[in-house]
Design a protein around this ligand. Structure first.
Ligand SMILES: [Zn+2]
Length: 155
């Protein structure tokens, strides 16, 4: 299952990527969103009902996202049957660019992360597309907290 999210749904797009879903984001034009969805077999996620109607008329799957709140958005997608497994990092996509994240040896990030971080952690992951480095730090803990919150909300 692959997605393309409209410009209103940046936060949701980042979360979908963290759960491993290939999610395009950053395309502004409705017709372009539709044409990418068609070409790449993506489901459109949008806050714009007109776009949903337009897509459906062309036989393209589109989900009208009802809320602005990330918790409610996630609950809606779960209700729609979209599965959210284990969060980041195994199988996750980079929240910044949708690239694939892989685990790397600690030595490979030497000099690329702050010295203190290098000493503190043994587990590092790198985005194969943009080079962003990830490790199980405070931000990661925050994400896991959100993950538990989403799943507790599960309808
Ligand atoms: Zn990336």
């Amino acid at each position: 299952m692959k997605f393309i999210a409209d410009m209103m749904l940046g936060r949701l797009a980042r979360w979908l990527r963290l759960y491993g879903y290939d999610t395009r984001y950053g395309v502004e034009d409705d017709d372009e969103i539709i044409s990418i969805a068609k070409k790449e077999g993506r489901i459109i996620l949008t806050r714009d009902f007109e776009l949903v109607k337009k897509a459906r008329k062309l036989g393209i799957d589109a989900i009208y996202v009802e809320s602005n709140s990330i918790e409610e958005q996630m609950a809606q997608l779960m209700k729609a049957g979209i599965k959210f497994g284990e969060l980041f990092p195994e199988g996750a996509r980079c929240p910044k660019c949708n690239g694939i994240i892989v685990k790397v040896k600690k030595e490979e990030v030497k000099g690329k992360v702050p010295e203190k971080i290098y000493r503190m952690y043994d587990e590092f992951y790198v985005c194969t597309n943009c080079g962003q480095i990830y490790w199980p730090g405070r931000q990661w803990e925050e994400m896991l907290k959100m993950d538990r919150k989403f799943k507790a909300n599960k309808p």
